[in-house]
Design a protein around this ligand. Structure first.
Ligand code: IPD
Ligand code: CA
Ligand code: CA
Length: 265
């Protein structure tokens, strides 16, 4: 894989797409709902996905694309080079706040994460990683993650999971919330995973994400020595929905041992 060449194109396309998204702030959005009333998609999500598909097809016709809005390829495996794209992660923030959303792109070769990019458009903050070469924030290297105790940790967690819901007993994560120093919820899984990679959050926990939400983030996390598993401690499956638990390594172990082990959900 021509990593440098692919990275150069991906960075320039992500910035160009970001400019287009910012221009859309002056226009009237066409907003639709998907799986439920709070699952939003706009014409800009779709146009941004299409922008990447056109560019990738022109430049790298042999690469395949898995995009959230479904205009890429129908993938049943991860053979060859696959771009996994969330054109706007945090669409609710995009619609309501015009900030706090990101473009997320994970590039895999035969199922192995090679290049990850997460671009927080409005803050002009680009996180990227190349397998074996480190992770970067606006091109400055990110440090390996240090350790932190549960009582000094700040974790990313959506309030949904500590109120009655269909996926987990709220008391399980509620007990963890009681014991940590603080919780944060940014409304964009990609940004939250990037914040863990940058050491601004110590862990991120959520009960259900799709491949485009975490594809780029997993590559960043690996490069800074973090751990990514499902909440059961199992490997994350790239082509399906998973619960996701991303953390500094020691903190991951303490949370599994003290809060999750032996619990049923
Ligand atoms: C959503 C965001 C949100 C997470 C949801 C995702 P979308 O992605 O990442 O933070 O809690 O599970 O679906 O729909 O805005 O691309
Ligand atoms: Ca999206
Ligand atoms: Ca998403």
């Amino acid at each position: 894989m021509q990593e440098n060449e692919i990275l150069t194109y991906a960075k320039s396309w992500i910035k160009e797409a970001g400019e287009q998204i910012k221009k859309s702030f002056q226009t009237t959005l066409n907003i639709e709902t998907k799986s439920n009333a709070n699952d939003l998609v706009t014409n800009i999500d779709k146009e941004t996905e299409q922008f990447f598909i056109t560019k990738i097809n022109e430049q790298f016709p042999e690469h395949r694309i898995l995009g959230e809005e479904g205009n890429g390829d129908n993938l049943e495996d991860l053979g060859g080079v696959v771009w996994i794209i969330d054109p706007i992660d945090g669409t609710m923030n995009f619609v309501h706040q015009q900030r706090n959303f990101a473009i997320s792109i994970g590039i895999y070769e035969d199922g192995v994460g090679k290049i990850g990019l997460i671009y927080d458009v409005v803050h002009d903050e680009l996180y990227h990683a190349v397998k074996g070469k480190g992770a970067f924030f606006n091109d400055l290297p990110l440090k390996k993650l240090n350790e932190v105790s549960v009582s000094e940790a700040i974790i990313g967690l959506n309030a949904t999971w500590v109120t009655p819901n269909r996926r987990i007993d709220p008391l399980i994560l509620g007990t963890l919330v009681r014991d940590v120093r603080g919780t944060r919820s940014y409304g964009s899984a990609a940004i939250e995973i990037a914040q863990v990679a940058a050491g601004r959050l110590d862990a991120y926990i959520t009960m259900r994400l799709s491949p485009w939400d975490f594809a780029a983030g997993l590559i960043l996390i690996e490069e800074v020595g973090g751990v990514s598993t499902t909440l059961k401690g199992e490997p994350i499956q790239l082509l399906q929905q998973n619960s996701v638990f991303i953390s500094k390594p020691g903190l991951h172990k303490s949370i599994v041992e003290n809060y999750l082990k032996g619990k049923e959900w």
